[in-house]
Ligand binder design. Sequence first.
Ligand SMILES: Cc1cc2nc3c(=O)[nH]c(=O)nc-3n(C[C@H](O)[C@H](O)[C@H](O)COP(=O)(O)O)c2cc1C
Length: 240
Amino acid sequence: MEDFGLFETMFSARALRRFRSDAVPNELISKILEAGIQAPSGGNAQSWLFVVIKDEEQRRKVAAVYAKASKVIRYFYSKRERPSHMSEIQYERLMNSGVYLHEHMSEAPILLLACLKLSSSSNPADVPPDCERVKPEALIVQAERTRCGSIYPAVQNIILACRALGLGTVITTNHLLYADEIRNVLRLPGNVETYALMPIGFPRDNFGPVRRRPHRGGTARRLGQALAWLVSGRANIDWL
Ligand SMILES: Cc1cc2nc3c(=O)[nH]c(=O)nc-3n(C[C@H](O)[C@H](O)[C@H](O)COP(=O)(O)O)c2cc1C
């Protein structure tokens, strides 16, 4: 196994959606999960739950839900414009790769479902009397974003661990349109919510490099902007 540095791993961990049928050894799965659970989570709650689906029948059922949801998402995408930073060819490649996975999710030897066990949410009435009132909507936003922030860092660690181990993967969320069907297939308890479905396997395509819009200007300019913002009190959000 090659030994990658962190940056090389990060820069080459592109989304891979076509997999060989070779089984993924259990030691590699353990290593991936170990990497996932090193992530931070709100209040260090670590309320994550990772469901590793190897069984072919279950993979087929989960993949069928993914395919059904992806049909809807595909329609949404057809109404959207291509992002201006992607060429037509790049966008077409992304769409084709996505559509391939819509129909072939079950071919990945592992489907990993990243979930959270939810606890009861805060009640607006619980805000202490010496604090300013909190809008109920703000409590909902705060709770949901904190939940996302408590699982997606683990998902990214898993993406990087897969890359380092020579495994391909991609974070997917289309299944969320029919999340209850996934719950039924896997008999997940009512307090467990799914956040990402990741096919994992030895890839049929090559790793990276990932292609991103470059950030405009270097650190010095950005620091200058931060300073200008502090001095003038004006938000400058056009940093990237
Ligand atoms: C929140 C999120 C949801 C995503 N959902 C899906 C999905 O449902 N299906 C899919 O094929 N890719 C999905 N992706 C993968 C993106 O298409 C991919 O990360 C992006 O195109 C960059 O790919 P690259 O790293 O190969 O450049 C998702 C990515 C993110 C961050």
